[in-house]
Design a protein around this ligand. Structure first.
Ligand SMILES: Cc1ncc(COP(=O)(O)O)c(C=O)c1O
Length: 371
């Protein structure tokens, strides 16, 4: 039975790519504290003890050795992206992105006056052949990719694809940013490790974050790899003047990692997200299969659905909002007209009851539209 929607605050907003508040483990922070050493200016690369702990944890997570010296601490993935763009690109430079891609990264690149060139994807992520052609043609300052449980498509690059991309950027010495915020959110098989693990000599900077695996309010993340590129970031006036980033937050998170609570939390989080993915995916497949074709990503936050009739998905947005459900239209994620048939739905923010209600409303909105 579908429920009538009268209040705007009853909106089920599947457009929001954030964890639900019940997934934020406030209790883990009750027993952690800082001491005087964390209250001074920190090491430029970030607190060494924290980087040691993070490196050991990532080594287990990735199944690859990560060293503390290959890490620098950031205030989250967005901050890492900002620092890299500021350091390595100037207005008018070209930056290559896969299409579709994270819409806020696109806004960030546009704000800096970068000339963004889109590279097509296939079921294994960005296409190396097209990427190489674009590198030769545009001599880009940077390349940006989301290799694992991509936002918005949920696609993950295979190990072979990762290897090919690493070899490519090494050959052309073109810095590659891999946005790895969803890397640890796998539901079935562990994905191939971040591209920065493949070759320490390659110009690959992996940006990681605690936002999706612990809490976005921490504003804590890291950059891994990149060799000399990372050293240039660490030797910046920002860090020379202000010291390493987030010394207090990293001191609070360190015991949560070393005490095993992060891994326990993540274990539960993956299970919860898997249940939510299954729920939303099942609802769409069983109730909307004639109108929407939906993927089933093996992790992350998002489903990517495309209209089977080739119609514009965004046309349904107003009707959907009226019915009490919202999503993001595909055109936000790039400039190709084809994106207009797709939508991104986040399954991480709501429990199964709300996801089912959201799907009811989506069905109602599409029914109304086709009347
Ligand atoms: C691909 C991607 N990168 C970065 C972010 C933001 O990460 P952070 O909170 O670490 O800045 C998000 C959040 O939605 C994201 O989807």
């Amino acid at each position: 039975m579908s429920t009538p929607v009268n209040k705007v605050d009853d909106l089920i907003n599947l457009g929001i790519g954030q964890p639900g508040p019940e997934l934020l483990p406030a209790g883990l922070f009750h027993s952690v504290s800082v001491n005087a050493s964390h209250l001074g200016y920190g090491d430029a690369a970030g607190d060494e003890g924290f980087r040691e702990t993070l490196a050991s944890w990532l080594s287990v997570e990735y199944g690859q050795t990560v060293l503390a010296d290959q890490l620098m601490v950031t205030c989250g993935s967005s901050n890492g992206l900002d620092m890299i763009c500021n350091q390595f690109a100037r207005p008018g430079d070209t930056l290559l992105v896969e299409e579709p891609t994270y819409f806020i990264a696109l806004k960030r690149f546009a704000d800096q006056g970068l000339n963004v060139v889109a590279i097509p994807m296939d079921q294994e992520g960005v296409q190396p052949g097209a990427l190489e052609e674009a590198i030769v043609q545009h001599n880009p300052a940077l390349i940006y990719t989301i290799p694992t449980f991509q936002n918005p498509t949920g696609i993950s690059q295979s190990s072979l694809r990762r290897q090919a991309l690493v070899e490519l950027v090494k050959r052309y010495q073109c810095p590659l940013i891999t946005d790895d915020v969803y890397q640890c959110l796998y539901f079935e098989q562990r994905p191939a490790p971040p591209l920065a693990c493949y070759d320490p000599e390659a110009p690959v900077l992996s940006i990681g974050s605690f936002s999706k695996i612990l809490a976005p309010g921490l504003r804590l993340g890291w950059i891994q790899g990149g060799g000399a590129l990372r050293l240039r970031l660490i030797d910046s006036p920002l860090l020379n003047s202000g010291g390493g980033l987030a010394p207090v937050t990293s001191a609070l998170v360190e015991p949560i990692i070393s005490g095993g609570q992060l891994s326990e939390h993540l274990f539960q989080l993956r299970q919860t997200l898997q249940v939510r993915r299954d729920c939303l995916h099942h609802c769409i497949e069983t109730r909307l299969a004639d109108r929407l074709q939906v993927n089933k990503p093996q992790g992350g936050y998002f489903l990517w659905a495309s209209r089977t009739d080739g119609g514009k998905a965004i046309d349904g947005l107003a009707a959907a909002k009226k019915a009490g459900v919202a999503f993001l239209g595909g055109t936000l994620f790039g400039s190709s007209p084809q994106l207009a048939t797709s939508i991104r739905l986040c399954f991480a923010r709501y429990g199964v009851c709300d996801l089912e209600r959201g799907c009811d409303r989506l069905v109602r909105a599409l029914d109304q539209e086709s009347r």
